[in-house]
Design a binder for this molecule. Structure first.
Ligand code: C2O
Ligand code: CU
Length: 467
């Protein structure tokens, strides 16, 4: 510190202190009980990281847990050695710290989470927000969804891997009660009656928004007539959500941090790992506005409440919606068009990612290989590439690539001028193609963002090598 001060005086350059982020335990109340979970906070209690376009991401990550960890900056463009994974550094042992420092290229909504074992299920995650100049127009509200189980994580994983697990029953944990044909969205009755669909492998005790359960949701004061930017983050281990704005309509302006041509609706889809920025205008008449997320295939919902009522408290989110939410589908993805376009028409190389699974053994593979026994895909620096995600399983897989984003160019055989994303949902028995220029060297993970699929093998990496 003293050295920095002296340097500042001599050079006239202002050196900001690094931001301290601590991976630590936290007590929260779930279903009336106090429980210990994990989180990533600054010493003053700020959850995650908030920066501005062009800032240096100068962060000291301190491990205050009694186990090792490593924290990944999901969605950021960064030098490979800053990516925060077991491919790019050693795990950080308890009591140790690790210094990250690079210039932020992104703006928008990102998140950080553990890349060590099953810690994401212990809620070791946080928002990572980088404001653009434009954002000063809005009140900004982070809405991060997580799923919580009171079972120890290892037990959940063992349960999935044991031969008589629930997930092997034909509908997983899809709640069929109260379902009407009209709720089914893209599903048809063939999917429902057959063996070819699985939604939720894990049964959860609660779904959380910013660490709050439905009995004591976060209540956020807003002003009538104001515009609010809702930054949705799906930080769940194994749950896909339908965002539900209730009485409000919203304009979806960015996905996975990248701007799109806005679309207006009051329901949006959010797969594991994905983010969506939605702008809503608070009506002049004011009131309470629950902002919800409902789990696909279930009635369960979570959320927070925007209110213009200064004295509002003791508001609740109904634990269950009146109807079961359908499975996510491609309807929304087809409507998304990035502002940014690709710099090429035809790729130099096409790489296949065949996604397969064995529900009975609970094994998930990419190109018949299961992490850690994988052969990385070598790509030459600057190559224009297409990745083909060919999902041959009965479950959807939100596929995430580190360090890059890619443009969605084809969904289920139909060409699209799609969104730029870092995590794309690949529906059961379907194919999605994405394209990008491989211009960042290093080893970059590519994996399913369902934590249990990821841990049960569905992860590999690409290695971009200098030309
Ligand atoms: Cu969200 Cu490998 O990460
Ligand atoms: Cu998966």
């Amino acid at each position: 510190m003293k050295k920095l001060l002296l340097l500042s005086l001599l050079t006239g350059v202002v050196f900001a202190d690094p931001t301290i982020l601590q991976a630590k335990y936290k007590d929260i109340t779930i279903n009336g009980k106090k429980v210990k979970v994990m989180t990533i906070e600054q010493p003053d209690g700020t959850w995650g990281y908030y920066g501005k376009a062009g800032d240096n991401f100068d962060v000291i990550l301190q491990n205050k847990l009694d186990e090792s960890t490593v924290i990944h900056w999901h969605g950021l463009f960064l030098p490979n050695d800053q990516d925060g994974t077991e491919l790019t550094q050693d795990y950080i042992p308890p009591g140790a710290e690790y210094h990250y420092n690079f210039k932020l290229e992104n703006t928008g909504t990102y998140w950080m989470h553990s890349h060590y074992e099953l810690q994401v299920q212990d809620l070791l995650a946080a928002p990572l927000i980088i404001e653009s100049a434009d954002d000063s127009k809005y009140q900004q509200v982070v809405v991060m969804f997580q799923d919580y189980s009171d079972k120890p994580v290892k037990q959940i994983m063992q349960g999935l891997m044991s031969p008589d697990n629930d997930a092997h029953s034909m509908h997983g944990n899809m709640d069929m009660s109260g379902m009407e044909h009209g709720d089914m969205g893209m599903l048809d009755m063939h999917d429902m009656s057959g063996m070819d669909m699985d939604l939720n492998d894990v049964t959860y005790s609660a779904y959380l928004t910013n660490y709050h359960d439905d009995s004591s949701p976060q209540i956020t004061q807003v002003k009538a007539g104001d515009q609010v930017k809702l930054r949705f983050i799906n930080g769940s281990s194994s749950s896909n959500f339908w965002i539900n704005l209730g009485k409000l309509k919203g304009s979806l302006v960015a996905v996975d941090g990248a701007p799109i041509k806005p679309i207006t609706d009051n329901k949006f889809q959010l797969a594991m790992g994905q983010r969506s920025d939605v702008i809503v205008t608070i009506p002049k008449t004011g009131g309470n506005f629950p902002i919800l997320g409902q789990v696909e295939g279930l009635k369960n919902q979570t959320g927070l409440i925007l209110t213009t009522d200064k004295k509002a408290k003791k508001l609740k989110i109904p634990t269950n919606a009146s109807k079961v939410a359908p499975a996510l589908n491609y309807d929304e993805e087809f409507k998304l068009h990035s502002i940014e376009s690709l710099s090429f028409d035809t790729p130099d190389q096409v790489y296949q990612f065949k996604l397969t699974g064995d529900m009975n053994k609970y094994e998930w593979a990419i190109n018949d290989q299961m992490w850690p026994n994988v052969t990385p895909i070598k790509i030459k620096h600057g190559e224009k590439v297409e990745f083909v995600f060919d999902n041959q399983t009965m479950m959807s897989h939100p596929m995430h690539l580190h360090g890059y984003n890619f443009k969605v160019v084809s969904i289920d055989g139909k060409k699209v001028d799609g969104a730029m994303r870092d995590t794309v949902m690949v529906m059961p028995n379907s194919t999605v193609k994405v394209e990008f220029v491989a211009d960042k060297d290093g080893k970059w993970f590519i994996h399913c963002h369902n934590l249990y699929h990821n841990m049960a093998g569905m992860m590999t990496y690409i290695e971009v090598v200098p030309n």
